[in-house]
Design a protein around this ligand. Structure first.
Ligand code: UDP
Length: 490
C-alpha cells in the first residue's frame, strides 16, 4: 500500500465511557466527531446504557455500539440499573462502581480479539492502561473536567484535606485562587491515583474549547505535567440529538419550548443540579422560598422523588410553598437541558457547576449562579466567577463527597434571592456579566466551526493517531507511557 493510501485509511477507535450521565454524554458526543470524519468508532457499553445511545448509532454512520453484560446479580443490583445516575444512595453507587470494575475482563477480551488503533477511555477505568500497553496501542484519557480544574487539583495535591484547612489557597496558577471550601479527604484519595494513571496516557481529551480554559492554563498544564491535552468541545455543540440527549425527557419538549416562547427574553431562571445531586426537603424549601421572593419565573428540574411507599403525593411535595408551582415550571425527572438553555427567555442558570452543565451554559451565553455541591464543582465555580467573570456565587461552603450526602449547612433563602437578583434584576454588574457570557458563547460556536480551535485540534489529533498507527514507535514508546518519559531519559 502506498504512503498516501495508508494515511487515508480510516482510524479504528474504541470508546469506553463510564456509566454516569456527566461522563457518558460528553464522551459519546466526542466519539461522534471521529465517526463524522469517516473513522470507525465503536462505543463499548452495557445493554441498558446502549438504549440511551441508539439515537447516536441510528444517525451517525461509522458509529457502532458493542455491549457487554452488566454484572447486576454479582453486585446485588436489580436488572437494568447500570448507571450511576439511576441510583440515589451511597450503597447502590458503590455497587454500580464495583460492577464497572468487573467489566474489565469482558471489555479486555473484546478489545484484544480485534485491537483498534486507539482506545479512548474514562479515567475511572484505570485498568485500560494495562490493556493498551499490552496491545501497544495508544490510549487517550477522558475525565470530564476542565483543564483549569485539573491544574487546580494538581496544585492542591496533598495539601488540602477534609476540615484541616479552611479556604485553601491554590498557588502557582496564572490566577491566585482561594477556594470556598475544602475537598473531602476521601475524594482526593480517590481521584489522585486516577489522575496519576491518566498522566501515563498518550494524552487527555477535554470537553471544552481552548479559549475558555485559556492559553495560560493550557500552557501551565503542559509545562507542569509534560502531558498533552486536546480541547475538542463543547460536546453540546457537537451533538445532533439535543432533545434526546442522555435520557428520555420527562417533559414534552414542544410544550416546554412553547411555554418559553410566551416569556420575555432573559426573564426565566433555569435551575438544575445535574444528574447526581438530591437535596433534602428543607433545602428545596429554601430554594423555592428564595426564588419566590426574587419574583422571577423559573424552570426548575427536581429529581424524581423516590419517597416511601406509604407517602401520599402531597407528602412527597411538602417541600413546596403553597401556590409555588403556578409561578413557573417544575420538571420532575430528566429535562432537555441543552434545548432549554438555548432559549432566549432563559436569563440565568442556578447550577451545581457540574462541568457539562457549565460548558453548556457557556455555549448558550447564559450567565450562572454557582452553587457547587460535590466532586470537582468548587473548582469550576472559581473558573466561572473569578477567572472568567460569567457568573456570581450563591455562597455554598459545604463540599460533599457525593450529591446525596447528609448536609449540615443549608444555603438560606436570602442568599438565593440576592444571587438571583444580581443577575436577573438588571443593573451594571448583570449587564457586564451577560455581555461577557455572550462573548464566550460566540467563541464556543467558532471553536467547533471549520477552522475553529476545536476543529483544528481534532485534525491534529487524528493526524497524530494516524502517524502512530502507520509508524509505530518501538518498545521505548510504550515503556515511556507506562513509567513516564523521565524513567527512560535517566
Ligand atoms: N442533564 C440533562 N437533564 C437533566 C439533568 C442533567 O440533560 O435533567 C444533562 C446535562 O445537560 C449534562 C449532564 O446531564 O450534560 C450532567 O452533567 P454535569 O457534569 O453537569 O453534572 P453531573 O450530573 O455529572 O453532576
Amino acid at each position: 500500500m502506498s504512503a498516501l493510501n495508508l494515511e487515508e485509511r480510516p482510524l479504528k477507535l474504541h470508546f469506553i465511557p463510564y456509566p454516569a450521565a456527566g461522563h457518558m454524554i460528553p464522551l459519546c458526543d466526542i466519539a461522534t466527531l471521529f465517526a463524522s470524519r469517516g473513522h470507525h468508532v465503536t462505543i463499548i457499553t452495557t445493554p441498558s446504557n446502549a438504549q440511551t445511545l441508539l439515537p447516536l448509532q441510528n444517525s451517525i454512520p461509522h458509529l457502532h455500539l458493542h455491549t457487554v453484560l452488566f454484572p447486576s446479580r454479582q453486585v446485588g443490583l436489580p436488572p437494568g440499573v447500570e448507571n450511576l445516575s439511576s441510583v440515589n444512595d451511597l450503597h447502590n453507587s458503590c455497587r454500580v462502581h464495583h460492577a464497572t470494575m468487573l467489566l474489565r475482563t469482558p471489555i479486555a477480551q473484546f478489545v484484544e480479539r480485534d485491537p483498534p488503533d486507539c482506545i479512548v477511555a474514562d479515567f475511572l477505568f484505570p485498568w485500560v492502561d494495562d490493556v493498551a500497553n499490552k496491545l501497544r496501542i495508544p490510549r487517550l484519557a477522558f475525565n470530564g473536567f476542565s483543564l483549569f480544574t485539573i491544574c487546580a487539583m494538581e496544585s492542591l495535591r496533598g495539601r488540602a484535606h477534609g476540615s484541616e484547612y479552611v479556604s485553601p489557597v491554590v498557588r502557582g496558577l496564572p490566577h491566585r485562587i482561594t477556594m470556598n471550601a475544602t475537598p473531602p479527604k476521601e475524594l482526593t484519595e480517590f481521584i489522585e491515583p486516577l489522575l496519576e494513571t491518566e498522566m501515563k496516557s498518550h494524552g487527555l481529551i477535554v470537553n471544552n474549547f481552548a479559549e475558555l480554559d485559556g492559553e495560560e492554563y493550557i500552557h501551565h498544564y503542559e509545562k507542569t505535567t509534560g502531558h498533552r491535552a486536546w480541547h475538542l468541545g463543547p460536546a453540546s455543540l457537537i451533538c445532533r440529538t439535543a432533545h434526546e440527549r442522555g435520557q428520555k425527557s420527562a417533559v414534552d419538549v414542544h410544550h416546554c419550548l412553547s411555554w418559553l416562547n410566551s416569556k420575555r427574553d432573559n426573564s426565566v431562571l433555569y435551575i438544575c443540579f445535574g444528574s447526581l445531586c438530591h437535596f433534602p426537603d428543607k433545602q428545596l424549601y429554601e430554594i423555592a422560598s428564595g426564588v419566590e421572593a426574587s419574583g422571577h419565573e423559573f424552570i426548575w428540574v427536581v429529581p424524581e422523588k423516590k419517597g416511601k411507599e406509604e407517602e401520599s403525593e402531597e407528602e412527597k411535595e411538602k417541600w413546596m410553598p403553597k401556590g409555588f408551582e403556578k409561578k413557573g415550571m417544575i420538571i420532575r425527572g430528566w429535562a432537555p437541558q441543552v434545548v432549554i438553555l438555548g432559549h432566549p427567555a432563559i436569563g440565568a442558570f442556578l447550577t451545581h457547576c457540574g462541568w457539562n452543565s457549565t460548558v453548556e451554559a457557556v455555549s448558550a451565553g447564559v450567565p450562572m449562579i454557582t452553587w457547587p455541591v460535590h466532586d470537582e464543582q468548587f473548582y469550576n465555580e472559581k473558573l466561572i466567577t473569578e477567572v472568567r467573570g460569567i457568573g456570581v456565587e450563591v455562597g455554598a461552603e459545604e463540599w460533599s463527597l457525593i450529591g446525596y450526602a447528609e448536609r449540615s449547612r443549608l444555603v438560606g433563602r436570602d442568599r438565593i434571592e440576592k444571587a438571583v437578583g444580581r443577575l436577573m434584576d438588571g443593573g451594571d454588574e448583570a449587564a457586564r456579566i451577560r455581555r461577557c457570557a455572550r462573548e464566550y458563547a460566540k467563541e464556543a460556536a467558532q471553536a467547533v466551526q471549520e477552522g475553529g480551535s476545536s476543529q483544528k485540534n481534532l485534525t491534529a489529533l487524528i493526524d497524530d493517531l494516524k502517524h502512530l498507527r502507520d509508524h509505530p514507535p518501538g518498545h521505548f514508546f510504550f515503556l515511556s507511557q507506562t513509567f513516564g518519559a523521565g524513567a527512560i531519559c535517566k
